[in-house]
Ligand binder design. Structure first.
Ligand code: NAP
Length: 249
């Protein structure tokens, strides 16, 4: 897919990987709609490419707000050709802890943002995307979908569910000969607000965005970035070791 002159939606474009990807796509000539909850942070990103980055405030945990976003895109952006399901939250939760109500509230939010919203955007925007000459859906996942860690049980489960949705969406597009590529992106640890105070040797969001944009332009369907590539290999040749390595990471 040529990035010049296309119109893209990047969810979670106010921070981290989504912000870096929105800036990269805009630099390459795309018009990019970015979403997030914090208007100030969205506007700060949009001001870096006036007229090329369009901020939209939306809470992806709210199904009605997601419906409104889909309707707005159909009405105002019928030329949308690229959907990047990037927004995500990760909560450290104790699945057997002593405050189940609080844990459940956070788990519901995580499921809504990380899985329900990408599924809704895929279903709601497919009729629009398939009208384009060429279109693409990019789903941002994690090595934790392959080897989950105890401390983020719902996060890992949502990424596993997203991976399954990515695969079946691709099957549907291929079987129907629809002009929509479906790309599965697996990230390593990236230096963003999501990982503040955790881990070392993290990739920068800019390096990750460069890699994703490059693979979009090559119409790739499976992208494992940085150390995630090592995890993929390890999971194939020594699955038990891969599981042990990440279980308490
Ligand atoms: N960082 C890593 O090491 C890593 C590794 C593997 C995969 N990933 C994945 O990469 C993606 C981006 O993560 P990141 O590290 O860039 O995180 P980040 O810096 O924390 O950014 C998360 C983005 O999601 C948006 N978001 C969160 N909750 C939202 C909600 N309820 N409604 C609308 N937008 C919401 C945030 O905007 P607002 O706060 O303004 O709403 C923000 O723009 C996620 O899918 C994450 O799971 C990250």
């Amino acid at each position: 897919m040529q990035l010049e002159r296309i119109k893209a939606l990047v969810t979670g474009g106010s921070s981290g990987v989504g912000r870096a990807l929105a800036l990269k796509l805009a630099s390459a000539g795309a018009t990019v709609i970015i979403t997030g909850r914090a208007r100030t942070r969205l506007n700060a990103v949009a001001e870096m490419h006036p007229g090329k980055i369009l901020p939209v405030v939306v809470d992806l945990a709210d199904p009605a707000a997601v419906d409104t976003l889909i309707a707005t895109l159909h009405r105002d952006h019928p030329d949308l050709a690229l959907l990047v399901n990037n927004a995500g939250v990760q909560y450290l939760l104790d699945i057997a802890g002593n405050d189940p109500q609080k844990t459940l509230a956070l788990a519901r939010e995580e499921i809504a943002v990380n899985f329900t919203a990408p599924a809704a955007l895929t279903i709601g925007l497919a009729p629009l995307l398939k009208r384009q000459r060429q279109a693409m859906i990019v789903n941002i996942s994690s090595g934790l979908a392959v080897s989950p860690k105890t401390s983020a049980p719902i996060y890992c489960a949502t990424k596993g569910a997203l991976d399954s949705l990515t695969r079946t969406t691709r099957y549907r597009m291929e079987d129907g000969r629809l002009p929509i590529g479906v790309m599965h992106v697996v990230l390593p640890l990236v230096d963003t607000p999501m990982t503040t105070g955790r881990g070392s040797g993290k990739m920068t969001p800019e390096a990750v965005a460069d890699a994703i944009a490059d693979e979009i332009s090559k119409d790739c369907d499976e992208v494992w970035i940085g150390k995630a590539r090592m995890l993929r290999l390890l999971a194939a040749i020594a699955p038990g070791l891969a599981v042990r390595l990440l279980r308490n990471s």
